[in-house]
Design a binder for this molecule. Structure first.
Ligand code: FBP
Length: 547
């Protein structure tokens, strides 16, 4: 494979490990844990893996030689920068425990595990992928691991390859399934450990002990670079309003982080829209007021950041989606047959929700009834919220013009940033963090535990000072309604309106709205002064400072 000059230079980068992981470690147990909510139900569903203690690795002054380990790895869900480093860290970790250890990668996500499609990851393969973006080393997929048949089928290949542990690199849904798999294998004494790693650019898999999911840092830096470039163009030509939708299926962490980095005129935070019980029209009116206020100063240009998941957080739409989820789960066959699907929905759901449904533009309404992803989520990345908002703001401004409340020009351009950042070469932060997560997963396997997530924390300090250990996945769980049934799932971390990143944004946004305070973060830098190359996300810095 021909490599660019940067690829060659990056291949030589040696990620920095937390100092504790550079020598022999022992796992020190903390207190037994409880799930974040619904303790009795979760305990009943996970009798073998509930209540396990937190683990922290410490230096082992009296190590015993490790035995060779065969390990399997799966990349699950959407790509996130740094996945290849998790795998190279895991590879180096198990090789350090014993040189005859072997790593098998299941191809194209959990589907490869069930269908027995795999490749042995040798050092020649691993070396090709160190510090690179993408998940192409083994591919990823969204097959949901949930049935006993899948688990048993997977166990056949694990037994055949003498695999002692399976590492699942995924987001909240995939790690939920990892926990269910861990519980099942423990319950049948399968002799296979399951370890999770926190992945997702969305940044919504985090809690007190998982400070951030990997990939968020790099992806938001890539989006912020491009938003900054757009703002510079915008400030040069002074003639367009740019409506920029940002990925992040549910939570608005990506939009918030990009706003902190670039200081746009408007950034909508879905969680705030929900908390304030705003309607779509309220959101539109707020943007139109800012456009009008800037126009009054002669500034007919600006930037609006929109989180991908906004539509699901508008309370009325959220209620509608909840009913549609239940309704479609029970009437899928009949729905597939009917011709006029819009009318069918309007006639079959509650009056209140039917009214909301009927008021939505055709394209948005249709998307809400199309196939969910395998985890039951509406595919919000396919809804063109940026255009919907831009057009509605245009209509509102026309009304305001008639009322004599607005005088100006409103020309729009639309963008959607998501795929541009999901496979970028990991920033130094993600390169180090991912390598440490993978290496740490090897240590968890060697410690003999199952149902844990690899946890590396203290992340705003230099990487050598990071703390390494494991968190029982059941600790992050609560019960939620999915596909019309209550299920145990990892609780999603949404933007907290009382959290430091949002408070910072809220304290500045009025100034950013009217004045032009754009910041231009520029491209990710890999070589150079530490303050330019190694800074973690602002979200993480504000959150940690606040502790
Ligand atoms: P994960 O939660 O699996 O990490 O995926 C995140 C994400 O990038 C979302 O931001 C986005 O809505 C979704 O994946 C899009 O997925 P796909 O490309 O499979 O449609």
């Amino acid at each position: 494979m021909k490599k660019s000059a940067l690829q060659k230079a990056r291949a030589a980068y040696q990620p920095k490990l937390p100092i504790v992981l550079t020598g022999a470690v022992k796992a020190v147990e903390g207190n037994p844990t409880e799930s974040v909510a619904d303790q009795a139900e979760i305990k009943k569903l996970f009798p073998n893996t509930y209540g396990l203690p937190e683990l922290k690795f410490e230096k082992n002054t009296n190590p015993v030689p490790g035995a060779a380990l065969n390990v399997g790895v799966i990349l699950s869900g959407g790509q996130a920068p740094g996945g290849h480093n998790v795998i190279s860290g895991l590879f180096d970790g198990i090789k350090k425990i014993h040189k005859d250890s072997r790593l098998y990668g299941f191809l194209m996500g959990p589907g490869g595990f069930v269908d027995h499609k795999y490749v042995e990851l040798t050092s020649a393969i691993i070396d090709e992928y160190r510090n690179t973006g993408g998940f192409d080393i083994i591919g990823s997929g969204r097959t949901k691991l949930e049935t006993k048949e899948q688990f048993d089928k997977g166990l056949e290949i694990l037994k055949e390859l003498k695999i002692k542990a399976l590492v699942i690199i995924g987001g909240d849904d995939s790690n939920t399934n990892a926990a269910i798999l861990a519980e099942y294998y423990k319950s049948i004494n399968a002799g296979v450990q399951v370890i999770g790693c926190p992945k997702t650019i969305d940044g919504d898999l985090k809690n007190g002990l998982i400070e951030t999911s990997f990939g968020f840092d790099t992806a938001t830096k890539v989006y912020s670079e491009v938003i900054g470039n757009i703002q510079r163009d915008c400030n040069s030509a002074k003639k367009y309003w740019h409506f920029i939708k940002l990925m992040g299926r549910s939570a608005s962490h990506i939009a918030l982080e990009c706003a902190l980095q670039t200081q746009p005129n408007v950034c909508i935070i879905s969680e705030e829209v929900e908390a304030k019980n705003l309607t779509l029209q309220d959101v539109v009116n707020n943007i139109a007021d800012i456009v009008a206020a800037r126009a009054a100063k002669g500034d007919n240009y600006g930037t609006v950041l929109i989180p991908e998941g906004l539509i699901e957080f508008i309370p009325a739409v959220k209620k509608l989606i909840a009913e549609l989820n239940d309704f479609l789960a029970h009437n899928a066959e009949e729905f597939a047959q009917v011709e006029n699907k819009r009318q069918y929905i309007i006639e079959h759901i509650s009056k209140e929700n039917a009214e909301i449904y009927a008021s939505l533009p055709e394209g948005v309404a249709r998307q809400l009834t199309l196939d969910r992803d395998p985890h039951g989520n509406v595919q919000v990345s396919l809804i063109e919220t940026e255009k919907l908002l831009g057009e509605m703001v245009g209509r509102r401004l026309a009304e305001m013009k008639e009322e004599g409340k607005y005088e100006g020009k409103f020309a729009t351009l639309y963008h959607f940033f998501g795929y541009e950042g999901r496979c970028a070469d990991p920033s130094n932060f993600d390169a180090d963090y991912c390598y440490a997560l993978g290496f740490n997963a090897a240590c968890l396997i060697n410690a003999g535990v199952t149902g844990y997530m690899s946890s590396v924390r203290n992340l705003t300090n230099p990487s050598v000072q990071w703390v390494a250990g494991g968190i029982p996945v059941t600790m992050m769980m609560n019960m939620e309604r999915r596909h019309g049934e209550m299920k145990p799932v990892i609780q999603k971390a949404l933007v907290r309106l009382d959290g430091a990143p949002f408070r910072k944004f809220a304290s500045k946004r009025d100034e950013w709205a009217i004045n032009t305070c754009y910041m231009y973060p520029g491209p990710i830098q890999y070589f150079g002064p530490s303050e330019v190359c190694d800074q973690p996300s602002m979200t993480l810095r504000y959150e940690q400072n606040d502790k």
